[in-house]
Design a protein. Structure first.
Length: 217
């Protein structure tokens, strides 16, 4: 089971920043990173979870109203800069927030190669996953979801995803059986406790988005 640091290690630096990502990779049990990507005003993919800068950067602006250079000055890195410092040994779950297509694909291909080495693209938005699939059909994709109900599994299957990344409370032997019967692997978010991580590992899921004690193994 892969242990992916949720937005880096926010115990040492603000989430989705280069220091947080690099701090996570110093944790012995950490296999890689999960981070969020949005588009700046100039169409450059940058790392930020929220629609605005209010919670993390203390600014009111939506990320889509500022250019990438201005965001960089506020501590929001571009996806290209993040990929440049993250070693290829680190597995990446790149969660796409909002609408994405060719721009993010080009940056990812430049940073991880045309085959998207040791990484996956994930999103809660089926249309975003569909657009990515239309551009690079061989890239692995995960549907992010809150449950493993038949309707959710059907969406992931229709999108030809390899897995569903689901809120961890929704994972039990029955729901796992449904997903696997449809040819889907299962990952979990967001896990904070060691005992939760251990239980999920015993169930045989492929990855957890981990933070706090769960990141330490």
């Amino acid at each position: 089971m892969l242990r992916l640091a949720h937005r880096g290690d926010w115990r040492h630096a603000a989430e989705n920043t280069l220091p947080a990502l690099l701090a996570a990779l110093k944790v012995p049990a950490c296999d890689g990173l999960e981070f969020d990507v949005r588009l700046a005003a100039d169409g450059v993919p940058v790392l930020l979870h929220d629609r605005t800068l209010a919670r993390v950067q203390g600014r009111p602006e939506p990320v889509g109203e500022l250019r990438a250079r201005a965001l960089e000055d506020l501590g929001v890195p571009s996806l290209a800069d993040a990929l440049a410092v993250i070693p290829h040994r680190a597995y990446l779950d790149i969660e796409l927030k909002g609408r994405h297509d060719r721009a993010v694909v080009e940056v990812l291909a430049a940073g991880r190669g045309p085959g998207l080495v040791n990484a996956v693209v994930s999103s809660f938005k089926p249309d975003t996953l569909e657009r990515v699939a239309g551009l690079v059909p061989t890239w692995p994709r995960w549907l992010n979801a809150r449950d493993l109900e038949p309707a959710t599994i059907a969406v992931a299957t229709e999108l030809e995803c390899r897995a569903i990344s689901v809120e961890w409370h929704a994972i039990d032997p029955e729901s796992l059986t449904r997903a696997r019967a449809a040819g889907l692997e299962v990952a979990a978010w967001t896990v904070r406790r060691r005992d939760t991580a251990a239980r999920l590992a015993r169930l045989g899921i492929i990855a957890i988005s981990a933070e706090a004690a769960a990141l330490d193994g």
